[in-house]
Design a protein around this ligand. Structure first.
Ligand SMILES: [Zn+2]
Length: 128
């Protein structure tokens, strides 16, 4: 008894929950990466020199029938490797959690894919 559910336990690994907002129409969870560094996708070098930040919104699994949106404060980093053609890159997260340009978390994407297969076969899954 006396166990409390922490919102951070429901989030994909590698993130820190800053704030949870009950927006009436849904739940908005503000997150940021827990790591201070990110690896350049061009050369693989780790960087901790932040260029800028931007907001990224993704749909996640619903909670008690209400839509959940993750508001991620993502960062852009400088790549200081001399031979790397990228000077600036956006931080990457674990592909198990979310893909670089996705508008949904990977776990929500997986469920939609399987629903598409169950309801309409491969053509429907492709559209989902
Ligand atoms: Zn690089």
């Amino acid at each position: 008894m006396g166990q409390h559910l922490q919102v951070s336990e429901l989030m994909p690994p590698g993130f820190v929950v800053d704030e949870v907002i009950d927006a009436g129409s849904g739940i908005r969870i503000c997150l940021r990466a827990s790591s201070a560094t990110s690896c350049c996708p061009g050369c693989g070098a780790a960087s901790m020199r932040v260029h800028s930040r931007y907001a990224r919104q993704l749909a996640d699994l619903p909670l008690s029938g209400r839509p959940v949106y993750l508001l991620i404060r993502a960062r852009r980093f400088h790549c200081d490797a001399v031979l790397c053609p990228r000077r600036i890159f956006t931080e990457r997260f674990d592909n198990e959690a979310l893909l670089p340009w996705s508008r949904r978390t990977s776990r929500l994407d997986q469920i939609i894919h399987h629903l598409g297969l169950a309801l309409g076969g491969r053509p429907a899954a492709h559209v989902a």
